[in-house]
Design a protein around this ligand. Structure first.
Ligand code: 6R9
Length: 638
């Protein structure tokens, strides 16, 4: 595999950048030539951010699995595509070559077909980090079904919301998954979810933990049995469905500042090209290297840089089932040494948590195979950046700080490993095709350098979301209505004297807890569902390991009001039941009222300051209905 579009020098970056923004059609048309098409496109790009309507490579026909698998068979069939490291280091690892992956994907694609899945149908995948998850997603793409992967930590209620929104007809799951010393009963959670999901006709269950599960006749079947059926059919071949460039590839739900999570939609050609282009460039991937992205496929980082980007580039991608601290804090370093990992891509929260164990877990670890380190998901503080650089990269591996979002499909702003300069806590410069700008509250563009504002993007790049599933107006409202003709990221940002970008965090009501996006409104709605809760307000506060913690102010007058600790536990259980453990508040403060304006709006600014501990710097409270409540809240602050 060669990558003619791989940028090799600062000069090449500057040239590519200029060409890509001045003449995007010629630039991306040229990049697209390196992919496998069943029919080439008629028009590279057509767009307007008003409706919004964004179409890349219209008229083109292709299948992403031919790009991720088939095209590597001729020369790289025996190259490992996926290396799987189990949760328990004593268990057997697995390697799937491109040839084996091809076979397994086609087999499971036939299983999906046998179970009534057709092009355009939505398939929900709820699994742990096992190769079957990758196989299931690719099998959907093979036959043109739209996958919606749901992170294994979400509750039955969250799953049901997502399944119903997408009207999925089939669910693929496992009996359970292993995470550290826990067994997560996935099928049981699916059973609970499906009590309110009439669209689901079939559940395909793979065996992994051998956790006892209920199997409902007519609805549930075993993955292994279904594979046997297609094996005895004798013909494992499954042709790759011919897809339009703009056909749906997948839906991935993500949190916003209002309402329920929305289904971000990515389409086949633009997503393929963006993830591959950014993977090969940002990490400077070289054929034969082993790429280790620690993200779960349940999040966008796993979709783009564990699955699609690396496979399209013919890379070897390492998939790890467990967690960085099990059985001990040396685990990631053992994996790096065992498989001679060349690229390690992880989140600042993982780095900070491992930093907390000191240098002992690094004793005897070589880490000499590492060439490039990456971070993603949240701002990285300088201390963590320096530790990563010194103790993991041994001051010889460039660190790429990659800024992007579920909605952007792949990285938008990042240094290019070893090619463009890095700067601790800066994502630095935009990649080719990306035109960022900073605007003030009124939408006025802030020109020049050394300025801070809200980050917007002025032109489409191939990986931009196309819609929010089933509700296009919501896409317009959320991303294209705040500022005219610009994609609004929701992030605040500083541009330094060298035009390098430093992302400072969300400016909307979205929290980023351990690199996971959580809407404050979602958490509030869950807390308010708890019997006895009158009202609540949720804000973020700085947390040494998670980046942000969740601080909830709760008005409660239910039963056992005199047992606050029990009530706290009950509220946590309610949030876990409705969303999942990742949304549990770190702190719950009971209050007798919330600071509100005369028009009834909660003054979050004040609550945020108190949660951050800035109690002497609250600002103006004169517009409050009841300024005294602020004194009470300050006084009882946790
Ligand atoms: C890929 C991913 C998106 C939000 C984004 C921003 C934050 C991501 C970052 C970063 C600072 C980075 N974010 N990468 N902040 N530096 N390198 O994480 O997608 O889950 O949708 O989150 O994460 O706030 O807006 P997603």
């Amino acid at each position: 595999m060669s990558y003619p579009y791989q940028i090799k020098s600062l000069k090449e970056y500057q040239e590519a950048y200029k060409e890509s923004v001045e003449n995007p059609e010629a630039f991306w048309g040229n990049v697209a030539e390196s992919f496998t098409w069943k029919k080439k496109w008629d028009k590279v790009l057509e767009w307007n951010f008003k409706e919004p309507s964004i179409k890349w490579f219209q008229g083109g026909k292709l299948n992403i699995t031919e790009n991720c698998i088939d095209r590597h068979l001729e020369t790289n069939a025996d190259t490992p595509a996926i290396i799987w490291e189990p949760n328990n280091p004593e268990d057997h690892y697995r390697v799937l070559t491109y040839r084996e992956l091809h076979h397994k994907v086609m087999q499971f694609a036939n299983v999906l077909k046998n179970n009534g899945v057709k092009k355009g149908h939505r398939v929900c995948i709820y699994m742990g980090m096992v190769p079957e998850l990758a196989i299931a997603a690719l099998a959907c793409a093979r036959i043109g079904a739209v996958h919606s992967v749901i992170f294994g930590g979400f509750s039955a209620q969250s799953i049901a919301d997502r399944i119903n929104d997408a009207q999925a007809t089939v669910v693929v799951t496992s009996d359970g998954s292993f995470r550290g010393n826990k067994v997560v009963p996935l099928k049981e959670t699916i059973d609970d979810a499906l009590m309110s999901c009439p669209s689901v006709k079939r559940v395909i269950v793979s065996t992994h933990t051998r956790t006892p599960v209920s199997m409902i006749k007519g609805r549930d079947c075993w993955w292994e049995d279904e594979i046997k059926i297609v094996e005895t059919d004798g013909n494992p071949y499954c042709p790759a469905e011919e897809m339009d460039a703009e056909d749906l590839l997948f839906i991935l739900y993500t949190s916003g500042s209002t309402g329920k999570p929305k289904g971000v939609v990515h389409t086949v050609a633009g997503y393929l090209i963006w993830t591959t282009y950014t993977f090969v460039n940002v990490f400077q991937y070289q054929p034969g290297q082993v790429h280790f992205c620690t993200a779960d496929i349940g999040w966008i980082t796993g979709h783009s840089y564990l699955l699609y980007g690396p496979l399209a580039a013919g890379a070897t991608t390492l998939m790890f089932e467990g967690v960085p601290t099990y059985p001990n804090a040396s685990r990631l370093w053992d994996i790096v040494d065992n498989y001679k990992v060349n690229i390690l891509y992880t989140a600042p929260t993982a780095i900070r948590s491992l930093m907390g164990f000191g240098l002992e877990p690094l004793v005897g670890k070589k880490l000499t195979s590492l060439k490039v380190l990456g971070t993603v998901g949240e701002p990285i503080n300088e201390e963590a950046w320096n530790w990563y650089n010194e103790h993991i990269g041994k001051n010889r591996c460039p660190i790429v700080d990659t800024w992007w979002q579920t909605e952007t499909g792949g990285v938008l702003i990042s240094n290019i490993a070893g090619v463009t300069p890095s700067k601790p806590s800066y994502a630095t410069w935009p990649l080719p095709g990306v035109v960022p700008a900073l605007v003030d509250e009124t939408g006025k563009e802030l020109e020049g350098n050394d300025v801070s504002g809200n980050l917007v993007i002025k032109q489409p790049w191939p990986g931009i979301l196309r819609t929010t599933y089933g509700d296009h107006e919501r896409m317009r409202q959320t991303y294209f209505s705040t500022y005219d003709n610009q994609y609004f990221t929701g992030d605040g940002c500083y541009r330094d004297e060298n035009a390098m970008y430093r992302i400072t965090g969300r400016v909307d009501d979205v929290l980023n807890v351990s690199g996971h996006r959580i809407g404050t409104a979602e958490v509030e709605n869950a807390i308010n569902m708890h019997a006895g809760v009158i009202e609540s307000a949720v804000v973020g506060y700085p947390h040494a390991i998670k980046g942000q913690g969740i601080y909830a102010y709760v008005m409660y007058n239910g039963r056992s009001n005199n047992e606050p600790e029990l009530t706290r536990q009950d509220i946590l259980a309610t949030v876990t039941r409705l969303i999942g453990p990742i949304a549990k508040p770190d702190k719950i403060q009971f209050v007798s009222g919330l600071p509100k304006t005369r028009s009834g709006k909660i003054m979050r600014r004040i609550l945020r300051k108190i949660a951050e501990g800035e109690i002497n710097n609250i600002g103006d409270t004169s517009t409050l209905l009841d300024p005294l409540i602020v004194e009470e809240i300050k006084h009882n602050r946790l």
